[in-house]
Design a protein around this ligand. Structure first.
Ligand SMILES: *[C@@H]1O[C@H](CO)[C@@H](O)[C@H](O)[C@H]1NC(C)=O
Ligand SMILES: *[C@@H]1O[C@H](CO)[C@@H](O)[C@H](O)[C@H]1NC(C)=O
Ligand SMILES: *[C@@H]1O[C@H](CO)[C@@H](O)[C@H](O)[C@H]1NC(C)=O
Ligand SMILES: *[C@@H]1O[C@H](CO)[C@@H](O)[C@H](O)[C@H]1NC(C)=O
Ligand SMILES: *[C@@H]1O[C@H](CO)[C@@H](O)[C@H](O)[C@H]1NC(C)=O
Ligand SMILES: *[C@@H]1O[C@H](CO)[C@@H](O)[C@H](O)[C@H]1NC(C)=O
Ligand SMILES: *[C@@H]1O[C@H](CO)[C@@H](O)[C@H](O)[C@H]1NC(C)=O
Ligand SMILES: *[C@@H]1O[C@H](CO)[C@@H](O)[C@H](O)[C@H]1NC(C)=O
Ligand SMILES: *[C@@H]1O[C@H](CO)[C@@H](O)[C@H](O)[C@H]1NC(C)=O
Ligand SMILES: *[C@@H]1O[C@H](CO)[C@@H](O)[C@H](O)[C@H]1NC(C)=O
Ligand SMILES: CC(=O)N[C@H]1CO[C@H](CO)[C@@H](O)[C@@H]1O
Length: 565
């Protein structure tokens, strides 16, 4: 979130100022300095550091050591930042080479001015969070995210009355490797009410099942709390309403991936500062409150994958949603049709209403354009997903005016009539999914203008006519599925220009003629299905010239001329 990067920015400034000033100060002589240095050396000697990250930790200028910063002038250490810069995910295969592990020496208590401690993404494997952390009274920031600790979180962390940021989250819950999954749990969280300065709390994927619903009252007692992240905490049971809603500064609440089996917590509607709400995949049921659309600062709402939340989308979207940017409600029980007032959502970037019971047709025109500074509708929309509903009628022309659209997914509805030629003006479109509808007419020539298109799926419709030559201009295309339509004519030669194409499916159409030689140029092709058409002819070496990656080839009903010419 933006907040975190702001924090990072502040800390970076703090870091650079303090490092520079302390080390220019030349004043850190005497007992203070010796004891600060000794505490750091003791800390280092407990650590295992296979990649030698702490190689700079020698000599007397400890304010210059990697990850250390000191208070101006005094030489007191105020910050230790040893987070692993290569978190374990699919991006960096070398993450483990930067991990620190071993013991954490209690000598850290001697760093009386320590305000900032970040050990995130290391691997202090199977070790509990040290009790003595609760004695580092000046800590403002403690980040032990994904650092490998396990066991009960010690309740004496409650002594850290200056703490503003506490991150004990685990970032890779779906890691199949048990070794790296989280083993932290909390037995009782009453101690947390003593963290009176807390602004940011994340315990995502810490097991809070023993805490029950007490988390609401506890968080409600933290007067400065602005961000609360309790995703995947094994919370269950109904979300109680606090006796008096104290959360006035709460801006971000993420309690997704729990098992509440609860109604939506209506008391959140009284928190005017809310910017972001994520309660996805948490077994909420009942009605989505209309009041969500009146929260004046709400930018992000994710209630997807609750399966049983219901509401009339027409009523919901008629609310003001003044600042909404992301609205994710897929896989619930929404009904009704999409109102023409969605044009009011000037800031909307992402709308996913897939897998609901929406019906009716899309509005022919959308209203509210006068409220946005831009004259085109939904000027910021990059993703529109309405798949798997019962929407019908024609695709409106305004779809072609959504200038920033990258993904359009209207799969699995009952849309009919032609694919509007205006879609060809969507310069940024990367994904166009229209399968499983009742679209007819031909694939418009303008499709060739979608120069960023990577995925095109129009399968299972009633499209007729021939594939336009212009299709060969989709130079980014990786996936093309036009199967199960009534397409006729021959496969255009231009198809051989689709140099990124990995999967081509034209099966179950009425295509005729021979397979163009140019197919043999598709060097990235892995799957080719030309079965169940009226294709015929011979196959020559040309057809397979560069198809070195081909894994599957379906040619059923292809009429092969065995004797070449
Ligand atoms: C930091 O120390 C320098 C002298 O080394 C002094 O000029 C400066 O005012 C100090 N800054 C703060 C913020 O205390
Ligand atoms: C780890 O990978 C990143 C990204 O590829 C690279 O920038 C970095 O130098 C690597 N670090 C080590 C210690 O190998
Ligand atoms: C804690 O560290 C992780 C990884 O270094 C980072 O992604 C996260 O934003 C940090 N938490 C806070 C509150 O800054
Ligand atoms: C820290 O908190 C515990 C209770 O959780 C208390 O028993 C202990 O005395 C406190 N320690 C300090 C140093 O304040
Ligand atoms: C959380 O802890 C409870 C009680 O100790 C345990 O039954 C449950 O399996 C744990 N949940 C997870 C996801 O580990
Ligand atoms: C509201 O917050 C204050 C601290 O600001 C706390 O003393 C009080 O108990 C809280 N009220 C409720 C109902 O939790
Ligand atoms: C949904 O709400 C709209 C607007 O209030 C109303 O016209 C429509 O009948 C409702 N639809 C359903 C299915 O209840
Ligand atoms: C939305 O688009 C308008 C005009 O294109 C732009 O001025 C505004 O900053 C955008 N809003 C967001 C939240 O990106
Ligand atoms: C939409 O579904 C509702 C039931 O949820 C039904 O009453 C209404 O007639 C349907 N509207 C259309 C246009 O099919
Ligand atoms: C498309 O289907 C509509 C009925 O939904 C029909 O009126 C129209 O003639 C069809 N157009 C083509 C080109 O088949
Ligand atoms: C994944 C992992 O834990 N990697 C290494 C982290 O550091 C310890 C101690 O040096 C190594 O044993 C691990 O292999």
């Amino acid at each position: 979130m933006e907040r975190i990067s702001i924090l990072g920015f502040i800390l970076a400034i703090l870091y650079s100022i303090t490092t520079e000033l302390a080390c220019n100060g030349h004043t850190h002589i005497g007992n203070n300095v010796q004891s600060e240095q000794k505490a750091l050396i003791d800390f280092k000697s407990g650590l295992k550091d296979p990649s030698n990250r702490l190689s700079s930790w020698k000599g007397s200028n400890y304010c210059y050591w990697q990850g250390i910063s000191c208070e101006n002038g005094t030489g007191f250490v105020i910050s230790i930042d040893l987070h692993n810069p290569y978190p374990r995910d699919n991006v960096y295969e070398n993450w483990s080479s930067m991990n620190l592990s071993g013991e954490i020496s209690p000598s850290l208590i001697n760093l009386k001015s320590l305000k900032y401690l970040d050990l995130s993404f290391n691997s202090f494997k199977a070790m509990p969070i040290p009790q003595f952390f609760g004695s580092m009274k000046n800590l403002i920031y403690l980040n032990l995210s994904s650092a490998g600790f396990s066991g009960a979180i010690p309740s004496n962390l409650g002594n850290l009355s200056n703490l503003q940021y506490l991150d004990l989250s685990f970032k890779h819950p779906y890691d199949i490797d048990f070794e790296y999954s989280n083993h932290l749990f909390v037995e009782n969280i009453e101690w947390m009410t003593d963290l009176v300065s807390l602004k940011y709390l994340s315990m995502s994927f810490v097991n809070l099942s023993l805490v029950g619903s007490q988390w609401v009252e506890v968080a409600n007692k933290l007067p400065s709390l602005t961000e609360l992240h309790l995703g995947g905490c094994s919370l269950f049971g109904s979300i109680p309403s606090p006796s008096f809603v104290n959360f006035t500064s709460l801006a971000v609440i993420a309690i997704n991936d729990n098992e509440f089996n609860s109604k939506f917590p209506e008391w959140l509607l009284n928190v005017n500062n809310l910017v972001s709400i994520d309660i996805s995949s948490s077994q909420l049921h009942g009605r989505i409150p209309l009041g969500l659309g009146e929260l004046p600062n709400l930018q992000y709402l994710d209630l997807s994958l609750n399966f049983k939340l219901w509401g009339n989308i027409s009523q919901l979207l008629r609310k003001s949603w003044k600042k909404i940017e992301v609205l994710n409600l897929f896989y619930n029980e929404l009904h009704g049709s999409i109102p023409s007032s969605i044009g009011n959502f000037c800031n909307l970037k992402y709308l996913d209403l897939g897998e609901n019971y929406l019906n009716g047709s899309l509005p022919e025109i959308i209203k509210g354009l006068e409220t946005c500074s831009s004259k085109s509708p939904l000027p910021n929309l990059t993703e529109l997903s309405l798949y798997d509903n019962q929407l019908m009628g024609k695709l409106p022309n305004w779809l072609g005016e959504l200038k920033n659209l990258r993904t359009l997914d209207l799969s699995d509805n009952k849309f009919e009539g032609p694919i509007p030629a205006s879609l060809g003006t969507l310069q940024h479109l990367e994904t166009l999914y229209l399968p499983w509808n009742e679209l007819n007419g031909s694939l418009p020539d303008s499709i060739g203008q979608l120069s960023q298109l990577q995925d095109l799926d129009v399968s299972y419709n009633h499209l007729s006519g021939s594939l336009p030559d212009s299709i060969g201009q989709l130079y980014q295309l990786q996936y093309l599925d036009v199967s199960s339509n009534h397409l006729s004519g021959s496969l255009p030669d231009s198809i051989g220009q689709l140099s990124q194409l990995q999967d081509l499916d034209v099966s179950y159409n009425h295509l005729s003629g021979s397979l163009p030689d140019s197919i043999g140029q598709l060097s990235q092709l892995q799957g080719l299905d030309v079965s169940y058409n009226h294709l015929s002819g011979s196959l020559s070496q040309q057809h397979f010239l560069k198809l070195s990656k081909l894994e599957s080839l379906y040619m059923d009903s292809f009429h092969l001329n065995v004797s070449p010419n």
